[in-house]
Ligand binder design. Structure first.
Ligand code: NAP
Length: 346
């Protein structure tokens, strides 16, 4: 039985735009959703609380915020809206969230989900404290995390809005990057796409790739090579990020000769792939070859297990935007509501 003595209608795992939007819709449909919002302290952590937006400084492309909004504040507002309609959140002290101080990092009192058992009905969700929760349906919105190079100064400047980012589409248009030399790390389709996007704002874009051949599809690779504003630095890796408050340059190492050199840049964008947060689902439902949850109908949120729905970056390696994730969260809640009604579960 669930910790609160009953089987939940729907448990939502994840607290990014997809998770909170699913909660808003499910709560307004009177399903009283229970959310596992995650916390980074848990090791290993399943869910990044608030999702990728917690790493984003200014969001300028989400409709309805003409002046822009910071990622963390935006997620706090999503959460407040979900709670307003009686969404419950698993916390240290029960299910009543404290949303009085949305900017205070209150999310960190929330719980991670450690494990699920989808072979049983109702489904079993195990919290980080080993408590078992049961639910007729699940919405999985655990997202994907951008891969970082793994450098100390990279992390520091990414956290403080110092010109290091893992999403050019999210951050590239910010005034701080205008007319600067910008660096993109990676040689895949994302790196080409991000580099091409950044040429709209940058004086020059340096694509830094560790080999002498791009991984990107031929047509994309050609696009990068034909773009006069993109210079590809072959056989190079970034070994340090320079700058105190704001990035001023990068230290490079040649992968063939070992030679080190510095380049002045006003921004660094990692485009070296994403990792979906699906480790805890291994063997429970179908994942694709890159470990994203497989939808059995691409226009809906249905997964290989009936009653389990998925939304946001955990199913999406292509768009990865707050607005597309939110839209998928809405679809998942509607799919769950209809499915529960079909099962005669009110
Ligand atoms: P990806 O194809 O896995 O490429 C990752 C790139 O980052 C590779 O070039 C890899 O180098 C490099 N890399 C990985 N780890 C690194 C590290 N630690 N340091 C330096 N470089 C590192 O990832 P993606 O570009 O994000 O694409 C993911 C999927 O989405 C792909 O299937 C792609 O085709 C698709 N996609 C499609 C489009 C489009 O069609 N418009 C746009 C974006 C993405 P190596 O090459 O040496 O391994």
């Amino acid at each position: 039985m669930s910790d609160n003595g009953k089987v939940e209608n729907v448990i939502i795992i994840g607290s990014g735009p997809a998770g909170w939007t699913a909660a808003i819709y499910a709560a307004r449909a009177n399903l009283r959703p229970l959310v596992f919002a995650g916390r980074p302290k848990t090791t290993p952590s399943t869910i990044l609380p608030g999702g990728q937006l917690m790493m984003t400084t200014e969001v300028e492309n989400y409709p309805g915020f003409p002046e822009g909004v910071t990622g963390p504040l935006m997620m706090a507002r999503f959460e407040q809206q979900a709670v307003r309609f009686a969404t419950r959140i698993v916390t240290d002290s029960g299910f009543e969230p404290d949303v009085a101080n949305p900017d205070d990092g209150h999310m960190y009192a929330y719980h991670d989900c450690k494990r699920v058992d989808l072979s049983q009905k109702p489904f079993v969700v195990v919290g980080e404290d080993d408590k078992e929760y049961r639910a007729h349906s699940l919405i999985i919105a655990t997202g994907a995390t951008a891969n970082w190079i793994g450098l100390e100064n990279e992390k520091r400047l990414a956290r403080s809005g110092g010109g290091v980012s893992a999403c050019a589409v999210c951050d590239g248009a910010l005034p701080v990057f205008r007319d600067k030399v910008l660096a993109v790390v990676g040689g895949g389709d994302s790196a080409v796409e991000e580099a091409t996007y950044l040429t709209k704002f940058a004086s020059k874009v340096l694509m830094i790739h560790r080999r002498d051949e791009l991984r990107a599809s031929k047509i994309m690779a050609q696009r990068a090579m034909d773009n006069p504003k993109i210079d590809i630095l072959w056989n190079k890796i970034v070994i340090d990020v320079l700058g105190d408050q704001m990035i001023t340059g990068i230290k490079l190492k040649d992968t063939k000769t070992g030679e080190e050199s510095n380049r002045e840049v006003g921004g660094l964008f990692a485009a070296i792939g994403h990792t979906p947060a699906t480790d805890f689902l291994e063997g429970q439902l179908e994942l694709d070859e890159k470990k994203y949850i497989k939808l059995t109908d691409p226009y809906r949120s249905v997964t290989s297990v009936e009653g389990v729905f998925a939304a946001g970056d955990v199913v999406d390696s292509v768009y990865r935007q707050a607005i597309t994730a939110a839209a998928m969260g809405c679809k998942a809640a509607i799919d769950a509501e209809r499915w529960l009604a079909e099962q005669g579960i009110e």
